[in-house]
Design a protein around this ligand. Sequence first.
Ligand code: ZN
Length: 124
Amino acid sequence: MKSIDKIHPKKIIPAYFVLLTLITLSILNEIRIFYIPINIPGRQMAITIPPFGIFIEDQFKNEPNIPCSILNHEKVHWEQFRKMGLVSFYFNYFKSYFKSGRIINWMEEEARNPCKTGKLITTY
Ligand SMILES: [Zn+2]
């Protein structure tokens, strides 16, 4: 077995960066919800921007925690991001957005599903 003083720093530094990257990615993966005092343009009331978080207009801060809530809808988008990964999330979202529009694209329909089924996203 090698003693610690015999391990070359060139081998320790990449391992440190791998560890740091893994820690950073796990922090970025955590859900963050921000209530913002800004009117999001259009009829949109909230937006999920992975890996930064979920941004909801602050007028909806006291909205009840129900399946049809804005937060529950956005949590589905966060789940989509967690399942697909960052690049695939944006790729799939914009692909379906340009194919079917903002309202009827499959990722939005999936996010509206809990409202129909009564499923509350409680994993976060
Ligand atoms: Zn949506």
